[in-house]
Structures are given as structure tokens and as C-alpha cells.
Design a protein around this ligand. Structure first.
Ligand code: NAD
Length: 498
């Protein structure tokens, strides 16, 4: 029997909106239920609840907020596998991969538990004669987050634990493709003792998002998704006077130097390119090999690993790669593969032919292109599927130029045993997150996550210390207690210590 995933507002599941969309199980190619799509009235209901809750939550001591976060962490651990199962059934990624994303999300909750330390202000005694100055961080009020399908738990958790730890009320608009994990995350937070209305989930599509972007009571918007939508969100919400961080798409290149450990590099690349069916914003989708010898060897090693790649339902044991998210996306990725062939790249492994029989979901085998050139569509655009492009560069400088000239700048990595190459690469590459023999350099929760160029619109990154900056505004207070026994004359000069 199919059920409808609703909204979570003011501590309860509520219905709202006439429209619905199907939630698909991408491994089965069949609908598993529906999701309600919020109308403007439902969004207003969430904003009303959040506004009311924010007024009280701002005054709850950070140490008390932390005790609720500690309990929330305990409940997340207790329900860990149930949430991971929801992710796999709606997203399609393998169960162990879903556990991995949830683990990284919980690490943000761990970091947010440090709220009393994170929110400490700054103080200067005798900033002027008898004047003490301090800087305090105040919450913004009602803030919103809009998240993509590919990490239905982790990306929301990049946002709401930090926003809430900082004293705000949060409204999450998750992806309509896999909304169930978000509702569960909200329900558990209530059970941990979070006051009603501090965390709300509004399911929906463009109608709900448009209202969140322009409603005056929403003070800030965090967005993660594709670049065209990120740019639209950034422009619209900042024109409406809001603080905005909008993280977009990516084309992450790894450089493989001739001195690299090629067996380990090949394994690292297979995991980073085909894990989660390539639907990660930090997936490596291009391997730039320095020298033909490096390229020939690497293509051989990757091909051998792809040969035995186990594709199937992510809930089944031993499966390495699940399906793509929708039938439309499968067609889009297949279209990119055809385009690569048409534009002259060498399709070494054609995943369109390697899907095991009997799978009705949106499956595509791992694809491997060689001799990809700058200017080809499969290099310039984000494919977001299990397609790895190998390019052949003459030297490190040429590889770095291709990366630096690219429109995206989310993640990158160099495989090498040479410290000098690694140092030049990390210093000069125009990308926000860089690995040295680390294929997916996703920062841990105590650092912040963000790309450069068209991979991020805004100034502050997600989670970590930047999240404290994003979800608070500073107020600087100067205080003096004059001695009432001393009479003071008016001073017409600008006050200074001179
Ligand atoms: P998407 O941009 O289609 O959707 C993201 C969110 O925006 C969803 O909640 C969706 O409902 C909403 N949305 C979609 N179109 C909209 C519109 N026209 N106006 C307002 N809202 C709209 O992205 P997706 O397909 O869900 O996710 C995949 C993309 O996200 C990829 O490009 C990937 O690289 C990117 N991503 C980036 C990061 C990062 O940290 N930079 C992380 C994860 C995913």
C-alpha cells in the first residue's frame, strides 16, 4: 500500500497542498509512495511556526541547546540503520554508502554539540578609556535550507544542526525525489526535546522554494543543488535582502602523475568515480594522466576493475553500485555517453551494454572514456553518472591549466609520491577542496565545505566554523560606567585613544 509523505511543522506531521508527486524506488523502477507538494499557505504555516519558536529559542542557553543535541545524536545512533534504509530505498545508493552519508551528517551534530564554545564572543577590556567592548553572536531568526536528492540526510545535516545550535529556527525543503529521511530526522529531533517549531520540514518543489526565497521573515537561505538553480537561488534571495549561500554543481578532476602508485590510484578512482553511481558533487569524473604511459596503464587497471563491478539493488549484499535516481536522468546520462562518442572520445567501456539482465530499475554500467579533450561536452558539463573521462596531459602544468580554466571548482586531487608536485598543485589549483592522494577531499565537520567558481555562489561555506558565521550576525557593544563624582565636559572631537 502506498503512503503519502507529508510535512513536519510545529512538532507534528501535517498535510498541505493539493499537488503530489510520486516517490520512486529507483532500483525497482516503481513508485513506493507519494510526496505532498506544499502550496504557499503551507509554507506560511511553517514560517509562522518557526517565527514563534525562534523568539524563545534564541534565549535558550547554548549549553541547554547542546544537551538536546547530545540526546539527538543518541537517537540518531539508535535509528541509524532505519534511516540508512530509507535513503537506499528512495535514492538507490548502497546501504553501506547510505550509512556513510548518515555518519558524516552525525559528525556535524557532534560538532554542533560544541555550541557553548562555538558561540563564545570576543572581549576587549579598556578598548578606550574606561570602555569595554565585546562582540556577541546573535541568531538570525528564521532560516531556510533547500537540498538536493543525492544526499537526502547528509546535506540537510550540513545545515540544520548548526543553524539550530546557533539559536535559529529552521525550515528545510528537501528534494521531492527522496523526502522520507528528512521527516525522520525532524521527528527524532522533537523526541530529543527540541521545542516545537524550531525545526520544520516542508516538502515540495519550485512553488515552495519560491516562497521561501522572497518571504520577508526568512532571513537566510542555504542551498545545495545544481548550478543553474544555485545561481537563481542566489540572485533571487539576495535581491530579497537575504543572506545566501548556494552550492552548485561540479566537475572534479584528479591528476595522476607518472610517479603515483598506479594500483592504489586506480582503486581510489574507481570508488570515487562510480560510488553512488557517480551522483556525488565530489565524485571524480575526470582523470588527467600525465604522460601516455601513465594513461595506458591506468586505463588498463580501471577497465579490469570495472569488469567485475557488481551492480544491483543497494539493499542487497555485495552490490557496489546501485541505479541512477530517475528514468529521465538515466536517459540524460546515456545521452552524454552518446555525445562523447559523437565528439570523438574513445569509449573504452560502454556501460550501456554491461547492465545485468533482469534489473528493471534505472541502471547503467560504469562507462570509461579515454582521449577526452577540453571543449568536449563530456569534459565541460557535469554528467552526474557513472562515467569517468581519462585525459592525457603532457605535464603537470597542462593538467592544472585544464582544471583552472574549467567553469567549476568544487573538488580535485593529485596522485603522486612527489612532494614538490603536490605542493605546487595544492598552492596553485583554482579549486576549493583539494586532495593529495585523497580522492574525495570532503572536509570533516570541524572544517567547512565549499567550492570555487561556479560551484558556489556566496561567501561562506557549509558547516564547520563558516556555519557559525553564516547563521549568526555579530553585534559589537561598547560599554562605559562613568564615575558620577567627576563632571565631564562635552567633547566635540571624534573619540580616539590618541
Ligand atoms: P536540483 O538543483 O535539481 O535540485 C535541488 C533542490 O532545488 C531540490 O530541493 C529541488 O526541489 C529544488 N529545485 C529544483 N529546481 C528548482 C527551481 N527551478 N527553482 C527552485 N528550486 C528548485 O539538484 P538535484 O538534481 O537534486 O541534485 C544534484 C545536483 O546537486 C548536482 O548538480 C550536484 O553537483 C549538486 N550538488 C552539489 C553539492 C555541493 O556541495 N556543491 C552537494 C550535493 C549536490
Amino acid at each position: 500500500m502506498s503512503s503519502t509523505v507529508q510535512h513536519y511543522i510545529n512538532g507534528a506531521v501535517v498535510s498541505g497542498g493539493e499537488r503530489q508527486a510520486d516517490i520512486m524506488n529507483p532500483a525497482l523502477g516503481a513508485a513506493s509512495g507519494q510526496v505532498a507538494l506544499a502550496d504557499v499557505a503551507t509554507v506560511h504555516q511553517a514560517i509562522d511556526a518557526a517565527e514563534k519558536a525562534a523568539a524563545g529559542w534564541r534565549d535558550v542557553p547554548p549549553a541547554k541547546r547542546a544537551t538536546i543535541l547530545f540526546e539527538y545524536k543518541r537517537l540518531l545512533e539508535e535509528n541509524f540503520d532505519a534511516i540508512a534504509g530509507l535513503i537506499t530505498r528512495e535514492h538507490g545508493k548502497t546501504f553501506s554508502d547510505a550509512q556513510g552519508e548518515l555518519r558524516r551528517g552525525i559528525e556535524v551534530v557532534d560538532y554542533a554539540c560544541g555550541a557553548p564554545e562555538l558561540l563564545k564572543g570576543e572581549f576587549s577590556k579598556n578598548a578606550g578609556p574606561g570602555i569595554d567592548t565585546w562582540v556577541e553572536r546573535q541568531p538570525l531568526g528564521v532560516v531556510a535550507g533547500i537540498t538536493p536528492f543525492n544526499f537526502p540526510a547528509m546535506v540537510p545535516m550540513w545545515m540544520f544542526p548548526m543553524a539550530i545550535a546557533c539559536g535559529n529556527a529552521f525550515i528545510l525543503k528537501p528534494s521531492e525525489k527522496d523526502p522520507s529521511a528528512a521527516i525522520e530526522l525532524a521527528r527524532l529531533f522533537s523526541h530529543a526535546g527540541l521545542p516545537d517549531g524550531v525545526f520544520n520540514v516542508v516538502n515540495g518543489d519550485v512553488e515552495a522554494v519560491s516562497e521561501l526565497l522572497t518571504e520577508p521573515r526568512v532571513q537566510a537561505v542555504s542551498f545545495v543543488g545544481s548550478t543553474p538553480v544555485a545561481e537563481h537561488i542566489y540572485r533571487t534571495a539576495s535581491a530579497a535582502g537575504k543572506r545566501v549561500q548556494a552550492l552548485g554543481g561540479a566537475k572534479n578532476c584528479a591528476v595522476v602523475m607518472p610517479d603515483a602508485d598506479l594500483d592504489n590510484a586506480a582503486s581510489a578512482l574507481v570508488g570515487a568515480a562510480y560510488g553512488s553511481c557517480g551522483e556525488r558533487c565530489m565524485a571524480i569524473s575526470v582523470a588527467i594522466c600525465v604522460g601516455d604511459e601513465t594513461a595506458d596503464a591506468l586505463v588498463g587497471k580501471i577497465s579490469a576493475q570495472l569488469d567485475g563491478l557488481s551492480i544491483g539493488n543497494g539493499m542487497d549484499d555485495g552490490v557496489a553500485m546501485g541505479p541512477l535516481i530517475t528514468a529521465e536522468h538515466l536517459e540524460r546520462v546515456r545521452g552524454y555517453v552518446a555525445k562523447g562518442v559523437e565528439e570523438g572520445a574513445d569509449l573504452v567501456i560502454d556501460g550501456r551494454d554491461t547492465v545485468p539482465a533482469g534489473l528493471d530499475g534505472y541502471f547503467l554500467g560504469g562507462c570509461l572514456f579515454d582521449r577526452v579533450q577540453p571543449g568536449m561536452t563530456i569534459f565541460e558539463e557535469e554528467i552526474f553518472g557513472p562515467v569517468l573521462c581519462v585525459m592525457r596531459a603532457a605535464n603537470l602544468d597542462q593538467a592544472m591549466t585544464w582544471i583552472n580554466d574549467h567553469a567549476y571548482g568544487n573538488g580535485t586531487c593529485v596522485f603522486t609520491r612527489d612532494g614538490e608536485s603536490a605542493r605546487r598543485f595544492t598552492d596553485r589549483i583554482q579549486v576549493g577542496m583539494v586532495g593529495v592522494n585523497v580522492p574525495l577531499p570532503v572536509p570533516v565537520a570541524s572544517h567547512s565545505f565549499g567550492g570555487w567558481k561556479r560551484s558556489l555562489f556566496g561567501d561562506l561555506y557549509a558547516y564547520g566554523p563558516d556555519a557559525v558565521r553564516f547563521y549568526t550576525r555579530t553585534k559589537t557593544i561598547s560599554q562605559r560606567w562613568p564615575d558620577s563624582r567627576t563632571r565631564e565636559a562635552a567633547n566635540f572631537d571624534f573619540p580616539s585613544n590618541g
